[in-house]
Design a protein around this ligand. Structure first.
Ligand code: GCU
Length: 417
């Protein structure tokens, strides 16, 4: 019986040409029966995730109709508009970027509220440390200014305007290193070490943003405030993060074009490693593992695609493409257990096509370091060298060369020599 349903849907797909990379269009009872059967199969096969089961129950959501979603075993083409046309002009790219951001919000990030437009300082405490002035600030915003967010600014001496190096609370020392180079250091409470963003959930009940997305959105609220300060060079505001915070940096950079540069260090799954090239099938951390071990980092809907990565309507190269043409550094360690150099390079090559198309091929760079997941002081200095170079302050950075060939090169290679 199930096969008849399946066959009917294949004909439907062929007849209607329903292949857009958006939501699979429901087609009534047959469709629901198929999707329910699919879900039962998932619950039977997947390792158990209580958080996911709870979400399934509370949302009543079923998997998409996979028959109606096209398969992309390689990475989806970021230039294909939802109506099937190819992007040919800047205006079309702007449209495509918006489509991609909608798709990301639906499938991986969850939805985000519009900028509240009313960010103000609730509290500010100033102290002096060596030559720097440190301001511990509490921002408040949103409906009735109910949302609170702690941030700290470390200001170098002088009137400015200064470039800004923004990062999450965890990386305070990165910010200090930036201050020693004449940046304003800015850290905010959107990290495991200090996180004010859980408080946003009841304030915006209509949005289903995931934890990392909230943290990315919080960075934008700091930016709202920074943009009001004459001491800030608004054209030079960078956001950096490592690992889960490296994922956050990419999300924030994609969602908010005011970030002028992004440093994404060892961001791995859901970061600069595409889901198609880094998954359990490659003995890596893919959709199954990340949505089970960290069920609140991404939208639970992502878990429907475990083992069906080829059906995911977007992939991570397109998140990075949403940052283009702004500078983006993708950094990884050569033996990082939660990353894959192969996956990063394929993601990088695919994102770089968008950068090239926008005339900014050199704005996206790779940096490799020896060893595992952790960073060393010299890595942070190298990130700052990269930033100084991109911000036209100095020219110190040398990008790493990719190790693997592109897929196109590989296809052309004489594999039998
Ligand atoms: C875990 C997780 C990674 C993440 C890392 C981190 O290892 O699996 O995806 O990047 O934590 O944030 O340190």
């Amino acid at each position: 019986m199930k096969n008849w349903i399946r066959l009917g849907l294949v004909f439907f797909t062929l007849l209607t040409g329903a292949s857009a990379r958006c939501l699979a269009t429901p087609v009534g009872a047959q469709d629901t029966a198929l999707r329910k059967a699919e879900l039962d199969e998932m619950l039977r096969i997947f390792p158990r995730s209580l958080a996911w089961e709870q979400w399934l129950k509370s949302s009543g959501e079923l998997p998409p109709n996979f028959e109606l979603l096209p398969s992309y075993p390689y990475l989806p083409n970021p230039f294909r508009l939802d109506d099937g046309q190819e992007v040919r002009s800047r205006a079309q790219w702007i449209q495509r970027r918006q489509e991609l951001l909608q798709l990301f919000q639906h499938y991986t990030l969850g939805s985000v509220p519009p900028p509240p437009g009313n960010v103000r300082v609730a509290d500010i405490k100033t102290r002096h440390e060596a030559d720097a002035t440190v301001q511990a600030i509490t921002l408040e915003f949103g409906p009735e200014h109910k949302a609170k967010l702690a941030m700290e600014l470390i200001l170098p001496p002088g009137p400015g305007p200064f470039p800004v190096f923004m990062t999450q609370d965890t990386h305070y020392r990165w910010a200090m290193a930036a201050v020693s180079r004449g940046y304003i250091g800015c850290v905010y409470a959107g990290a495991d070490s200090r996180d004010d963003t859980g408080g946003f959930v009841p304030i915006w009940p209509d949005y289903d943003w995931s934890k990392l997305t909230r943290r990315a959105w919080a960075a934008s609220r700091c930016l709202d405030y920074l943009c009001t300060l004459p001491i800030v060079d608004r054209a030079r505001i960078a956001l950096a993060g490592h690992s889960r915070n490296g994922k956050v940096a990419l999300i924030a950079g994609a969602l908010d074009e005011r970030f002028s540069a992004i440093i994404s260090s060892s961001s791995g799954a859901g970061g600069a490693c595409s889901f198609r090239f880094f998954s359990e099938a490659q003995f890596g951390e893919g959709i199954e593992m990340i949505t089970r071990v960290f069920p609140d980092w991404f939208h639970p809907r992502l878990r429907f695609f475990a083992g069906r990565e080829r059906k995911l309507p977007i992939d991570q190269h397109e998140l990075i493409a949403c940052i283009a043409p702004r500078p983006c550094l993708i950094s990884t360690a050569l033996n990082d257990p939660v990353e894959s150099v192969w996956a990063i390079e394929q993601t990088f090559y695919a994102a770089r096509r968008v950068y090239s198309w926008l005339g900014a091929e050199d704005a996206i760079n790779l940096r490799y370091r020896p060893g595992g997941h952790e960073t060393r002081a010299e890595d942070i200095e190298a990130y700052l060298d990269w930033l100084d170079t991109k911000f036209g302050r100095r020219n110190l950075f040398r990008a790493s060369s990719p190790i693997y060939p592109t897929y196109a090169d590989w296809l052309q290679a004489d594999l039998w020599q």
